[in-house]
Design a protein around this ligand. Structure first.
Ligand SMILES: Nc1ncnc2c1ncn2[C@@H]1O[C@H](COP(=O)(O)OP(=O)(O)O)[C@@H](O)[C@H]1O
Ligand SMILES: [Mg+2]
Length: 329
């Protein structure tokens, strides 16, 4: 919605003569910003007074990929996302989104982005259908309002005013307005906060459909299962830096980590950490019989890996109380 509003009001400020050298990335940061990636960011910095919100963010997102940006409160997710969207100006570093520096994105460029802000602005007295229809009209290849309302599961609320929706329903409307323009790149900042489990599943289906259409998606979320389900790549950000980028399965060498084997022996719960769990289970079977009581083989979850990455980075300076679920506010 906000994006559309800005699209309508934004002046197309394209300098008549650009000094090409100013637009090149700083030497050594990115070998070549060819526009081959949907999003490229190198050494992006941003400070607010003494707060170093971003301390050199590096991130690349290929076309059609879904990347989940994970990090504790204050890590820099929203600042990063909004710099990519062109809403905030970076202090340093280089960014290209669809080959364009967001600081110089024109109306056409903006029309290729879909944006769901973390805190969407209040809508007016429009109904769901009126809002979606209104914003759809801004885009040359917009989706039909019926399709969008159906996709976000608001058919029954199509004639309700935004002010009458529950928190989760409002969020769905935000998502509807983010996708109505059929964007090439979709930014979703905590899109499912406040969703009930069923709504979250519906949202996942919607994102799966958008991925099939080839939409590039940058998603911030505090839900690790959401990242695991949706993301091709997970980027962990803490204290203004991206610590790791990998597939959800491979992050932090997760699948190669030692497994923990648990079993019950002589009424006592036992466990052992091993790189060769199959061999250990074989030994146990020889000793205890083919049905090993209460056998379990555990690998670190995405959440385990995520929490370890944050802890190894010195925790979260912005929220000193980070611990377990405490980082997920
Ligand atoms: N407009 C602002 N003014 C001052 N500080 C800000 C502003 N926006 C963000 N910050 C600070 O930048 C850091 C990163 O914020 P943000 O990107 O919103 O974190 P999150 O990862 O929770 O989205 C935080 O320390 C936050 O307080
Ligand atoms: Mg945020």
């Amino acid at each position: 919605m906000d994006n559309c509003l800005r699209n309508q009001t934004a002046k197309i400020a394209v300098p008549k003569r650009r000094v090409v050298h100013e637009r090149l990335p700083p030497r050594g940061r990115i070998a070549a910003m060819t526009g081959a990636k949907a999003i490229e960011a190198a050494e992006v910095t941003k400070s607010y007074g003494d707060v170093k919100a971003l301390r050199g963010v590096n991130l690349e997102i290929a076309h059609g990929q879904c990347v989940a940006l994970l990090g504790p409160n204050g890590a820099g997710k929203t600042v990063t996302t909004e710099i990519f969207e062109g809403y905030r100006k970076r202090d340093g570093g280089d960014v290209r989104v669809l080959g364009t520096d967001p600081n110089h994105g024109d109306r056409r460029w903006k029309s290729r982005l879909g944006i769901v802000l973390q805190d969407a602005r209040d809508l007016t007295d429009l109904t769901v259908r009126e809002s979606v229809t209104h914003f759809s009209s801004y885009y040359p290849n917009g989706r039909t309002s019926d399709d969008v309302i159906q996709a976000v599961g608001l058919v029954e609320k199509a004639d309700a005013k935004a002010g009458q929706l529950s928190g989760g329903q409002r969020r769905r409307l935000d998502v509807a307005l983010g996708i109505v323009g059929r964007p090439d790149v979709l930014f979703l900042d905590e899109p499912t906060t406040g969703f009930d489990p069923e709504a979250r599943r519906q949202f996942w289906d919607l994102i799966d459909d958008l991925k099939e259409d080839g939409t590039t998606i940058l998603l911030t979320t505090h839900y690790l299962d959401e990242a695991e389900h949706l993301a091709d790549q997970v980027a962990v950000i803490n204290r203004g830096r991206v610590l790791a980028v990998d597939s959800p399965d491979a992050l932090g060498n997760r699948q190669k980590s030692q497994a923990v084997v648990q079993w019950l022996e002589d009424g006592v719960q036992k466990s052992a950490s091993t790189a060769t769990p199959t061999a250990l289970v074989g030994e146990l079977a020889t000793r205890l019989g083919p049905e090993i009581p209460e056998l379990a083989i555990l690998r670190p979850t995405l959440e385990d890996v995520y929490l370890r990455l944050i802890a190894d980075d010195g925790g979260d300076l912005n929220i000193p109380t980070v611990a377990g679920g405490g980082s997920r506010g």
